[in-house]
Every structure is written in structure tokens, then in C-alpha cells.
Design a binder for this molecule. Sequence first.
Ligand code: NAD
Ligand code: LMR
Length: 345
Amino acid sequence: MVKVTVCGAAGGIGQPLSLLLKLNPQVSELSLFDIVNAKGVAADLSHINTPAVVTGHQPANKEDKTAIVDALKGTDLVIIPAGVPRKPGMTRADLFNINASIIRDLVANIGRTAPNAAILIISNPVNATVPIAAEVLKKLGVFNPRKLFGVTTLDSVRAETFLGELINVNPSSLKGKISVIGGHSGDTIVPLVNVTPEIASKVAKISVADYEKFIHRVQFGGDEVVKAKNGAGSATLSMAYAGYRFAEGVLSSLAGQSSSSAIPDSSYIYLPEIPGGKEFSAKYLRGVDFFSVPVVLEKGEIKSFVNPFEKLKVSKQEEGFVQVALAGLESSIAQGTNFVAGSKL
Ligand SMILES: NC(=O)c1ccc[n+]([C@@H]2O[C@H](COP(=O)([O-])OP(=O)(O)OC[C@H]3O[C@@H](n4cnc5c(N)ncnc54)[C@H](O)[C@@H]3O)[C@@H](O)[C@H]2O)c1
Ligand SMILES: O=C(O)C[C@H](O)C(=O)O
């Protein structure tokens, strides 16, 4: 019996993500929250013949606080794709002004109504929205770093797809054989492709130019979609797939199953309170607290993380990418943290 709540359920990501969740037999209640059309999406999905009971929650007006409380009451897992997406010419950081307060307020509601829920944050800029969520939960005295996840799975999905094309292997077979660490935007995204000897030997045969193109494509894959959609938003369907892939891992862990992948999917997490995280951050990340690393899940929370520098093979060039990523992460984390410090909850 698992209740899952999607905040932003009527959006471009929210709808297909909710569809995939409705198909998961582990979900007993699927609670859809949005400021528009949540009831319509819920009515539509409720006709699908799977066990999950779908409920729609939409505030009647700006003052209505009951819809969000009803949506969150008793929930085990909250997934947040609420907020605005990019248009051509924008960076993810340009979304901060609007999305920061959306995340702050939604997470404050989660902290008050469902403090034990696992929280998956999709809304951009992820590098800053996850620190916002952590600060809000800290302020409310309910922060459990094992249950706060920035969703960076789309970067792994892209890396598997683009590398598969390049080395001519089925991209699905690359799940768990390569890894993506760092953050979720531009050069904060660091693909690691030498972690298994089998794939490393194929990667060794790629030209330097093709490898550089691959790295650029993973780091800036979001731009390709924003440009192609030409003002109609950013990745939604591939994101719903990626968000579901990560959510499914959390759900499986709640059912006592462990990941079958050699390397589990990464998530952007707060390291200092995860065992070994503080030391990892001090030794390899110049003390940066939030970083996407492969996470081992147990009972819906982080049991441990995989230290890429000790457990995965990281090349000198990839180490250089990490140094570049850290600079970008430092400023986004500070922006998110300062925003909450100056906010009234
Ligand atoms: N993490 C990732 O890899 C990744 C990938 C793609 C998109 N994104 C981000 O996900 C977010 C959503 O993208 P989208 O394409 O689905 O956008 P969208 O505009 O299609 O949908 C967003 C939904 O959020 C709702 N919303 C706005 N404010 C809300 C609030 N206070 N409470 C509840 N719902 C609210 C809107 O009504 C809308 O239905 C964007 O910030 C985008 O940048 C992240
Ligand atoms: O590019 C975006 O703005 C959306 C998302 O973060 C992505 O990577 O596709």
C-alpha cells in the first residue's frame, strides 16, 4: 500500500509521469496536485484498469490551503515537476525567480503534512531547488537527507542513449554500466564512461572529437529539446520516463527489493549526513555539500552512496570535469540556501 503524490501533475511532465505511476501495481493511491486541471487529469487516469485509486486536488482559489493538505496527507512519496520550463535563449538558472518560491512553498507543505515522505525534485534549476528544499525542511525541523532526491536520471538516460549510438550497442544495455555525477545543468553534468572494462574498451576506440561531442551532447541535451520545441517548453516525455525510472527504484526499495544494476542510478543529494558523505565532500568536492552520486536505496531512502573516485574508474579528464562542475554547483547551492534564509515560511 503506497501513496504517491505528484505536484504539478497536470503539466507536460506531470501527465505522462502520472500515467506511468498509474500502471505501477505497487501504487495503491495516486494523488494528483496542480493549480490547474488536476481533477481533469485524475478523472482521465482513473478509467485505467489498474488498482491505484487516483484522486485530483486543485485549490479553489489562492487562499485555499485544503487541496494541498488533502493531496499530501499520508503520502509515502512526493514527486515534484511543478513550475515553469525554459524557452529558447534561457538557462535553467533563469527559472530560479519563479520556481524557487514554488518549491519552497510546496516543500513547506510537505514538511508540515507528510514529514516522513520521500521527496523527488524535478523542477529546475535542480542544482538550487534541492538546496531550497533541504533548507526549508531544516527550518521546519524535519529534514531527513536520506529522503531528499534531486532527479538527475535524464542525464543518465541521455548518456546511455548517445553513447549507445556511438559505440553501436543497445542503449538499454548501458543502464548501470556507465554513470553520470555532478549536477543537472551544462558543465555541472559529468558523464563517467570508463567504469566497466567492457564499455571502456569500446570507448577507447572513439575519436577524441566524437568523445567531446558526446560529452557536450549529454551536458547540453536539454537545449536540443528546448530549441526543437521552439517556445513550447522543454523535455517532458523523456523526463517522465526518467523520473519514473528513478521513482520505480524508490518504490521497489520500499517493497524490499534492491537494484539489479551494477551501478545504481545517481541522484543529487545532501551528502554531509549520509555515512561517509562529509569525508567524501571534504576530500573530493572541496566541501561542496550537494552532488549527484549513485545511490543505494533501502526502504524508500538512501542507505549509502557509491564513491565514484574509489569505486568507479574516473579518468584524469573526467576529474577535470568535476572541478569545473564544482564551481557551478557552489554558486547554485548558495543561491538556494540564501533564498530560504531570507524567506518567511
Ligand atoms: N530534472 C530534470 O531533468 C528536468 C527535466 C525536464 C524539465 N524539468 C523541469 O520540470 C519543470 C516542469 O516542466 P514541465 O515541462 O512539466 O512544465 P509545465 O509548464 O508543462 O508544467 C508545470 C506544471 O506545474 C504546475 N504548477 C505551477 N505552479 C504550481 C504550484 N505552485 N503547485 C503545483 N503545481 C504548480 C503548472 O500548473 C503546470 O501544470 C520545469 O521547471 C522544468 O525545467 C526538469
Ligand atoms: O533543459 C531543460 O530546461 C529541461 C531539463 O532540465 C532537461 O535537461 O531537459
